[in-house]
Design a protein around this ligand. Structure first.
Ligand code: FAD
Ligand code: SF4
Ligand code: SF4
Length: 482
């Protein structure tokens, strides 16, 4: 009997693509992981034991056909592997780069539980689709037969773009509105290049443009049009605007120059990465070179800020977090990367005041200790009396997370219903908001989440909008956009 090419997890040890040396990568914004070579991808894919009930797929929000494309990769049938992985995802190479695999597919691989180390699913996924782009296997977006119906999508992040792709393929005229001058949402202006190089996002956007999706950029819904105007123009509308209201710190001196918001800082850096002249870099207000930088927060955004500051040539970079390492929300992989690059973590610490008159000069901190679990089950941090100290800082970046903006007020429609957290209230079956024909998807419905969940929502909402549009067409209500 021929040898089974799979199930090699005992003979072959787990290996991820090589990382560039920390010294090297601190000098630029290029991705830190190199790509798999074909032989290595095949070898690693062959570690999969082809489970009958693949927990990796169950725990992938897109339910990707992981064991099948791993097998095809091992067999050298890369084009088929790509087609299969593309069948359930609009951006497999992006998910392969930035999904927190340790909490999703890889964290639930049975081989991980058996102590051999998970199959390196994300890296193989990235390899397959990057190869498809290189080989020209990624097909243009083919619009379906025209339906005569028009859809408006507010927000060009992963949720909006995924919905746009499927609705265009179904033959609708698709208009995407975004307040930024480039599409991609947080893929473009939030996540730094060392995790996701911008060409990877831009080639996806170009494919959508080439497929006839019409982008209206620098178009701020609420200022440039009301929701009522867009409803007039389109047969159905999707709100996929993400969450952008930065949480603040309540402490004296927080308004001092030099205390800045994480997303302003990351957006400026990403703009510079596109080759733009960024005034806030020129005047130093959002630039870390030569400064003592303190980032407050322990999530992915904080990790992105500390590592950006290292690349900008900061004198020192500290991350202040009120819980300990085991209880931080950010990915452990990113913490390890940050430490390698020279970031110092100050665990169990919180700011109580910002010092300096003209500009911030230091952060007064208190040590924290973990008390009894709170409502979420996590141990609540509380100040440790008598443990105050001052850390020098001339740039402080607040990275405490995001809440939704006040959409009913912003969009000029009080009938748009939101939850007590400000997220859009949608019917879970139809994904429709309180306004007829207006749907919601992505972070604005879930609260701050992940790219892969935004993609999943985008695909699901496209399906629900399709059903709505079909019913509308049958009822004779077709409206063609101006
Ligand atoms: P977004 O990506 O936020 O896109 C929303 C779009 O709507 C934006 O382009 C915005 O300009 C536009 N918009 C908003 N309001 C209006 C308006 N009024 N008019 C017109 N346009 C509007 N997730 C991961 O999986 N892995 C990671 O490594 C990761 N890193 C992250 C790093 C940072 C710094 C941040 C902030 C988030 C990170 N995330 C990560 C989370 C992830 O980026 C989001 O969950 C995801 O982008 C949400 O997609 P979305 O389409 O719902 O919204
Ligand atoms: Fe894993 Fe994310 Fe890819 Fe799913 S989309 S297989 S969770 S990397
Ligand atoms: Fe393969 Fe792991 Fe998925 Fe099982 S859980 S099918 S071994 S990748």
């Amino acid at each position: 009997m021929a040898d089974n090419p799979m199930l090699k997890f005992v003979q072959r040890t787990q290996s991820y693509p090589d990382k560039r040396p920390a010294q090297d990568r601190a000098d630029d914004f290029g991705e830190i992981y190199r790509s798999f070579e074909t032989a290595r991808a095949e070898e690693q894919a062959a570690r999969c034991s082809q489970c009958g009930v693949p927990y990796c797929s169950t725990h992938c929000p897109l339910h990707n056909h992981i064991p099948d494309w791993l097998r095809l990769t091992t067999e050298g049938r890369l084009r088929e592997a790509y087609e299969l992985s593309n069948a359930t995802s609009t951006m497999p190479e992006i998910c392969g780069r930035i999904c927190p695999q340790d909490r999703l597919c890889e964290g639930n691989c049975v081989i991980e539980f058996s102590g051999h180390g998970a199959v390196t699913i994300g890296s193989v996924e990235k390899f397959i689709t990057d190869t498809a782009w290189e080989q020209g296997w990624v097909e243009p977006l083919a619009p379906g037969a025209p339906t005569g119906q028009s859809v408006g999508i507010i927000g060009a992040g992963p949720a909006g773009l995924s919905a746009a792709e499927y609705l265009r393929a179904a033959g609708h005229e698709v208009h995407v509105y975004d307040r930024h001058d480039r599409a991609g949402g947080l893929l473009t202006y939030g996540i730094p290049g060392f995790k996701l190089e911008k060409e990877v996002v831009m080639r996806r956007v170009k494919r959508l443009e080439d497929g006839g999706i019409q982008f209206h950029l620098s178009f701020d819904v609420g200022n440039d049009a009301t929701i009522a105007e867009l409803r007039q123009k389109h047969d159905a509308l999707l709100i996929a605007t993400g969450v952008y209201k930065a949480r603040d710190i309540r402490a004296p001196g927080v308004g001092a120059p030099g205390v800045v918001k994480a997303l302003d800082y990351l957006t400026a850096s990403n703009r510079a990465g596109f080759g733009e002249t960024v005034p806030e870099h020129e005047d130093g207000s959002l630039f870390a070179a030569g400064k003592d930088v303190i980032v407050v927060g322990g999530g992915d955004t904080a990790m992105d800020c500390v590592r950006t500051a290292i690349r900008q040539g900061a004198k020192s970079v500290k991350c202040l977090y009120r819980r300990d390492r085991a209880n931080m929300p950010g990915s452990q992989r990113e913490v390890a990367n940050a430490e390698e690059e020279g970031v110092e973590f100050v665990w169990l610490s919180a700011p109580i005041a910002f010092e300096g008159t003209e500009a911030v000069t230091g952060v007064r901190i208190t040590k924290m200790r973990l008390g009894a679990p709170d409502a979420s089950g996590r141990r609540a941090p509380e100040p440790d009396p008598g443990s105050e100290a001052t850390l020098p800082a001339d740039l402080v970046i607040k990275a405490l997370g995001f809440d939704p903006e006040e959409l009913p007020r912003l969009f000029g429609d009080p009938d748009l219903s939101v939850t007590r957290w400000g997220t859009l209230r949608v019917d879970h079956k139809t994904m429709m908001t309180s306004l007829d024909g207006v749907f919601g998807a992505g972070d604005i419905v879930r609260g701050a989440s992940l790219v892969v969940w935004a993609i999943r929502d985008g695909l699901d909402v496209a399906d629900r909008m399709q059903a709505y549009l079909k019913a509308k067409a049958q009822a004779g209500g077709v409206k063609v956009a101006a």
